[in-house]
Design a binder for this molecule. Sequence first.
Ligand code: ADP
Ligand code: MG
Length: 223
Amino acid sequence: MKALSVDHVNKYFYEPEKFQVLKDVSFEVDKGEFVAVVGKSGSGKSTLLYLLSTMDTDYEGQIIINDTLVTGLNQNKLSQFRNEHIGFVFQFHYLLPEFSVLDNVMLPALKLKKRSKDEIEQKALDLLNLLGIKGHEHKKASKISGGQQQRVAIARALINDPAIIMGDEPTGNLDSKNTKIVFDIFRELAKERGQTIIAVTHDDEFAANCDRIIEMADGKIIL
Ligand code: ADP
Ligand code: MG
């Protein structure tokens, strides 16, 4: 089963001058596949991920996620779709620093309103436990270490059981120990829960251990 399909996508930037950043990009990702996206800086990886995440809608071509044609949906529908089906992990975590660790993780689920507050809290605690953050739930997000914050951001990305988890250098700021923890969690989510993972990475070892590598150069997929 397909988790994602990208069909002849082109994207341009117009400032400071017209520039084609993505050039006829097409690929598919299966459900439960763990894919690394690699390529030199400036090759278009972040731009592509931003399109896949449905946050950037200014492109040519089509993107289908979880059997939904997301191309052309209005902003309201897209924001709902994202919250329900896509989990994001960025290099910088974007946690709310003044909120507790637990509240940060619960927030996307409270917004989705599909579960009771008690259920959401239990699920958030389970995820924090899985990610090795037990005992820090009630601390402010700003009061834990960088590696812990990144794992909290992953817990937050997982709270709504997204079909697809997208990461833009999700381990970019982590030491090798935390990188391995995050990698192993992604591996398990793909294998045990059938969640699809698409992660941009500069880490050769991380990429080599994924199911597949998509390599970009100059706005095209070359591998
Ligand atoms: P990567 O993530 O692979 O390093 P990016 O997708 O960030 O690459 O960028 C690809 C190219 O697009 C680069 O040449 C970059 O300078 C350019 N670019 C990125 N964002 C913008 C923008 N908002 N406006 C203009 N050019 C951009
Ligand atoms: Mg980038």
